[in-house]
Unconditional design. Sequence first.
Lengths: 213, 335
Amino acid sequence: MTELTAADLRTIFQAIGDAIEADKSRLSELDGVIGDADHGVTMSIGFTAVNEALAKLDASADPTTVFNTAAKSFLNAVGASSGPLYGTAFMRAGAAVKGKPTVDRDALADCIQAMAKGMQDRGKAERGEKTMMDAWLPAADAAQEAKARGDDAVACLEAAVAAAEAGAEATKAMLATKGRASRLGERAIGHMDPGAASAVTILKAITAAVRGL
Amino acid sequence: MKTKKLINDPKVIIEEMLEGIVAAHPKHVRQVEGAPRAVVALNGPRKGKVGLVIGGGSGHEPTFVGFVGKGLADACPIGNVFASPPPDPIYECAKAASGGAGVLFMYGNYAGDVMNFDMAAEMAGMDEIEVRTVLTTDDIASAPLDQKEKRRGVAGNFFIFKIAGAACDTMKPLDECERLARKANAHTYTMGVCLSPCSLPQTQKYSFELGPDEMEIGMGIHGEPGVAKGPIQTADAVTDAIMDKILGEMKPNKGDKVAVLVNSLGATPLMELYLLNRRVKQRLDQVGVSIHQTWVGNYCTSLEMAGASITLLHLDDELTGLLDHPCDCAMFRAG
């Protein structure tokens, strides 16, 4: 891959949707342990709506339009917590590539960072609070570091996935202070945060899709 | 094994439920044209009145949509099962409820609801609609007293919305409606117990596990785990455990007055609710607290969860007057 076109971005969103669909039950079960058991369902509803909206989008749409369409459709299909968080993430990714006809390696790493920043601004969670941010923030940093090293796009994404996986794993030992799991106190310890788990699923799907382009 | 449910297609379960609700209550509610997930009271919103918008995830019926009607809520955005509605229908509700005197957003304190309602409030602000937000935090088991702002809103919503709706219906200004809504929230205490779990229509699997002889005290209305699991106890023992916590925090004086709500989480029958209520009455008699009015039944459910919650509203003259104010909603009538 040298540069991702808007059509490639649609392929990536489709890949994310397929991966979430395949992972739906596991994500809901993780959420059932410490939350309200709807995370897999919610993410599936969101990405289904995204891909339906993208299918209707004009072929000439630029990357920013693809991201903004994804943002709006995800937000309004889902609500919940994931809606505003991923809605904001995609909107920020769209802003990060504004005016660009394609997304190159650097822009890809920047998109991931913009998404993580957007989610953090909206949800106001810090690292170590047992949320999706424990996967997204290290992933964004790892992608930036790989970019600075001069790694190619796939290697940047692989670094992001590895960091997200480690971050998600680390949520098992954390005491939740944000979101619904925070009402659990110590009973949440030992369980992976479902939002962090789905972040890994998303990043893995992006990586596999970019590798295949 | 899938749980048994009378559904057609989980993908359209909300749309089909709303179709059924509007068909059953055509004199009370309608869907906003072009925004079917925004449900509005037929005779509620009017010029000069503060609009009351309540809402949240589906699966708690009659909360929230059942409390839309004259004298209570003006509009209700509808979320997916156990998920906050997105900003668009909330914004549509704010517009429909607005009579030029401001709009009150009231909903349970959950991270997702806060984000979506706040986004909608910003959208309404751009239309010059002033929005104030009052979060409900009546579940005393969901966080300790010194972290009251972290508590979630559960069945006590019924009392809190009722008070706020009456304040709005009696044409009080926005400041006053907000003050009374906050006061009602501060005076409402709920705690529940779960006996068996619920399952989402999309998964038809139980969201959590409880052993055959277990119950869980303090469980949330989405199946969020509570404060303690333990062996199942008698109706009196469970009521005592709940009433000890509620009275311990409420600290009523002899001669005080309360309203009581004994609520089923979905599957627990009236017979058992009345056993709980019998003990509630005994406990209140013991401390010399009188009961102004009692409601028993399904007011805030959690799909097919078995279990119940007890809510006390600690009354004074001001709250009593508003509680007694008539309302006529799709699924609830008073006065």
